[in-house]
Design a protein around this ligand. Structure first.
Ligand code: ATP
Ligand code: MG
Length: 447
């Protein structure tokens, strides 16, 4: 993409009213614009990141055996009456009446709709278990939308729903999502810690929130330090294997949200030097709820013995749009965003210091073409802006690697490469330039 032809309205000043750094940077870097309180338009740069996050989530869901579908944003009120949640949900639910006076709503979540679909389509135990998911916009009329996309009213969620014949089977479905979430967040460059969360009236130990530690987080959390060091990516996981040992590794250390926190246990189990109490951002939440919806909505199948079995359900959410804010909170400096490679809107930014200068234009074009040919997305700043402004903008939008090309350097046969994360600069001689090797070294893309 050539910046001169792109749409990337960056702001020089920090906009007033944006309280936390991720919100400020999202506005300044031209990722989003507010349309109404808690409702945002996704500008091209922000959309590219959102789509990259979505793609990683989708890949990991599919690997774990979940199957994608797409449900609408608008749902009929009846199914919510069937489950008994229509009145409970209160003012957070945006209720709509159509021209025939039919009651509709903008879905805040999809347990009812998916249960209806499953119930009406599946009749036999042979078609279980299944985990279905979609990535779709939700609306919750939050009392206090704030922090930009972190607590919006309209927001993008990945929500999966499992249907199993028994609690034991449901536990396996839960474990798959648990491990899949760890891998997803790690690929997004995040340290998300699974913490025991409130299971409400169902009880048991099958609810976890996935939390990113950050001072600006809205949740208070408590955990063992060891959880910060763990990685879920080093082993090849077969999701058909027994995942219990891996679950055990992740759940044996103390980690709990405020609602579940047991101070006495915390003090006893975690040596004080290893205890962390911190603020956190909830980026995912998984939940086993047994027969809560399936019973009320008669979601049952015929078992092997011919008797009807009420299915056991679970739901598994990831805050896709919230993740942009969370990633920026976790990865920025005073100059702007530092995108992890996996979600950066472009892999490389090329700065042309003197558009119009023949040698400079031609070298930029060579880079642009060679990198694109090797599957790297490039943003070429070919605008007439002063060099100082170009450097600032490139740092602000946080692309992992910058290539700086100007007539002075070229006279000596040199261009400069800069890593956004480390600030490290490296001069490269253009005459023996092996473009691909140079970029590979910096982006770690393994071309
Ligand atoms: P919270 O406690 O933050 O209000 P929740 O527990 O109500 O969230 P869930 O129903 O568990 O949210 O939704 C799944 C995920 O969707 C959450 O883990 C979070 O990442 C995301 N999410 C929930 N509410 C919002 C919101 N208002 N704006 C952006 N993302 C949200
Ligand atoms: Mg939650």
């Amino acid at each position: 993409m050539r910046l001169s032809q792109f749409f990337m309205p960056v702001l020089k000043e920090t906009p007033s009213g944006a309280e936390i750094v991720s919100h400020q940077l999202m506005l300044r870097a031209g990722l989003v614009r507010q349309s109404a309180a808690g409702i945002y338009s996704w500008l091209p740069l922000g959309l590219r990141v959102l789509q990259k996050i979505e793609a990683i989530i989708r890949e990991e869901q599919n690997k774990a055996g979940a199957i994608e579908l797409l449900m609408p944003t608008i749902q009929p009120a009846e199914i919510w009456r069937e489950s008994g949640r229509y009145d409970d949900y209160g003012k957070e639910m945006l209720r709509i009446t159509d021209r025939h006076d039919r009651e509709l709503l903008y879905g805040p979540t999809n347990e009812e709709l998916i249960t209806q679909i499953f119930r009406d389509s599946v009749k036999s135990y042979k078609d279980c278990p299944r985990t279905l998911y979609h990535i779709q916009w939700k609306f919750r009329d939050e009392i206090r939308p704030r922090f930009g996309v972190m607590r919006g009213r309209e927001f993008l969620m990945k929500d999966a729903y499992s249907f199993d014949l028994s609690k034991e089977e449901a536990r396996k479905s839960y474990q798959k999502m648990f491990i899949s979430y760890l891998r997803t967040f790690e690929r997004l460059g995040l340290k998300a810690i699974p913490m025991q969360a409130d299971t409400g009236p169902i009880g048991g130990d099958l609810s976890h929130e996935f939390i990113i530690l950050a001072d600006t987080g809205e949740s208070e959390v408590f955990c063992h330090k060891a959880l910060l060091e763990k990685s879920a990516l080093d082993t090849t996981i077969d999701f058909d294997d027994d995942l219990s040992p891996m679950m055990e590794q992740w759940t044996s250390h103390y980690a709990a949200t405020e609602e579940m926190h047991d101070a006495t246990r915390f003090e006893k189990e975690v040596a004080s030097a290893d205890q962390i109490s911190a603020r956190g951002i909830e980026v995912g939440h998984i939940f086993y709820f047994g027969e809560k919806y399936t019973k009320a909505m008669k979601c049952e199948v015929q078992g092997p013995d011919g008797k009807l079995v009420t299915l056991h359900g679970g739901s598994y959410g990831i805050g896709v749009s919230r993740l942009l804010g969370a990633i920026i909170e976790a990865s920025h400096d005073e100059d702007g965003i530092i995108w992890p490679n996996s979600v950066a809107p472009f892999d490389v930014g090329i700065i042309n210091l003197k558009p119009g200068d023949e040698a400079t234009d031609s070298m930029c074009q060579q880079f642009y073409k060679a990198l694109q040919d090797h599957g790297l997305d490039c943003l070429l700043d070919d605008t007439k802006e002063r060099p100082g402004g170009k450097f600032k903008t490139m740092d602000l939008i946080g692309l992992p690697t910058q290539i700086i090309v100007g007539p002075k350097g070229l006279k000596n046969g040199i261009v400069e490469i800069k890593s956004r994360k480390t600030g490290m600069r490296q001069e490269l001689e253009t005459k023996e330039l092996d473009i691909v090797t140079a970029i590979t070294a910096l982006t770690n893309k393994g071309l």
